[in-house]
Write a protein that binds this ligand. Structure first.
Ligand code: IMP
Ligand code: MG
Length: 173
């Protein structure tokens, strides 16, 4: 059984989410903002972030599958759920759980741009720097992590651990 090592407490996540929500609320004040959550991992973060914003937003979700096994992605990405709402001329904020290689995000940003939104920016709960392979820009990050495989607060390993209220490093023996 892998070991769960605490990395971020519930209070750490609450604090950073509140701070990022204040920045986003200020930056987009008076704009038509659409939050596009990336399923499944971002569902908890998006729910908490949205409730801390002080501006009205529309919410949609996309889902991308990256074919790989275990804890790394292959870079071969397929869109398995596209957007449903019209984002043309609107400001879009992609809401991710974690940016690792950045390949999924780069793919999704390109996909969203085909609908001609006014802007597309990115907000992630965790920005993991070690394996970045794309120069996609992360505009808002709640926490920066050097390396390791993380679970909890929406993030899974083989569909397990999403329900944990805090974030852990999953250590394989
Ligand atoms: P990327 O394309 O390599 O940036 O990977 C992005 C996706 O892989 C994330 O949205 C997660 O769903 C998943 N992922 C990457 N690193 C982790 C991790 O440490 N824990 C859980 N999922 C991860
Ligand atoms: Mg994800």
């Amino acid at each position: 059984m892998p070991e769960l090592i605490p990395v971020l407490k519930r209070e750490d996540i609450e604090e950073s989410t509140a701070s990022v929500a204040r920045q986003i609320s200020a930056a987009y004040n008076g704009h038509k903002l659409v939050l596009v959550g990336v399923l499944k991992g971002a569902f908890i973060f998006l729910a908490d972030l949205a409730r801390r914003l002080t501006i009205p937003v529309e919410i949609d979700f996309v889902r991308a599958a990256s074919y790989g096994s275990g804890t790394t992605s292959t870079g071969k990405i397929e869109l398995t759920k596209g957007i449903d709402i019209d984002i043309e001329g609107k400001d879009v904020l992609v809401v991710e759980d974690i940016v690792d290689s950045g390949l999924t995000l780069a793919y999704l940003v390109n996909y969203l741009k085909t609908f001609r939104p006014a802007t597309v920016r990115v907000c992630t709960l965790l920005d993991k720097l070690e394996r970045r392979q794309s120069n996609v820009k992360v505009d808002y990050a709640c926490h920066t992590i050097e390396k390791g495989f993380l679970v909890g607060y929406g993030l899974d390993y083989d569909e397990a651990y999403r329900e944990l209220p805090a974030i852990y490093h999953l250590k394989f023996q």
